[in-house]
Write a protein that binds this ligand. Structure first.
Ligand code: SF4
Ligand code: SF4
Length: 180
């Protein structure tokens, strides 16, 4: 996003990046591996998948030094997977609040200028994508949560399950059976 000044450090070091099943699918189909971990969560924020009643979420791994595994360490600190970076990264530091696009209140982003009309228009596109992809993730998690696998499986099993679902979704999309 043009608004991002590419400091490449703050957001990429500060947060544990949440990943949707769509992010995992897009990153892994481009040949990347060993980038995600599964975190057990006390409370379901609406995006969790469940195993035997416990809540789990997908997260991007960090390096020992603290930054995202995809943050370039060649001095530029830019994103190493720019073309398929998670939708939450693409949308940062914007969010939708009461139907309007605003900057997050507790952001670590140092880009302090007021967003221009162009920034907001660009943010609208990436936020729409973010909302669509996380909607897909939530539907997938809900299907999993109602299944035999959720009651008797183990956390790592959700990954192949989600990848199969994504492939089915991709085929349905190619056949014109889903919107977008
Ligand atoms: S995926 Fe890219 S933009 Fe997102 S945290 Fe990692 S390095 Fe930063
Ligand atoms: S903190 Fe802000 S300027 Fe720095 S990489 Fe993230 S979005 Fe870009």
């Amino acid at each position: 996003m043009e608004f991002c000044k590419g400091c490449g450090v703050s957001c990429c070091s500060h947060y544990y990046i949440p990943l949707s099943a769509v992010d995992v699918f897009l990153i892994s189909t481009r040949g990347w591996d060993d980038f995600l971990f599964i975190e057990e969560k006390g409370k379901d924020d609406g995006n969790c998948f469940k195993i035997k009643g416990k809540n789990y979420a997908l997260r991007m791994k960090k390096r020992v030094q603290g930054g995202c595994v995809f943050m370039n360490e060649n001095g530029s600190y830019c994103c190493g997977i720019e073309r398929c970076k998670p939708s939450v990264c693409a949308a940062y530091p914007f969010k939708r609040k009461d139907g309007k696009i605003v900057m997050m209140e507790n952001r670590v982003c140092p880009a302090g200028r007021k967003p221009t009309k162009r920034d907001l228009k660009e943010a609208e596109g990436v936020l729409r994508n973010y909302e669509y992809e996380w909607g897909l993730h939530r539907r997938m998690a809900a299907r999993w949560n109602g299944s035999f696998l959720s009651r008797h499986g183990w956390p790592e099993l959700f990954i192949p399950y989600a990848m199969v679902q994504m492939n089915l979704w991709k085929i349905a999309k190619m056949l014109g059976r889903v919107e977008k």
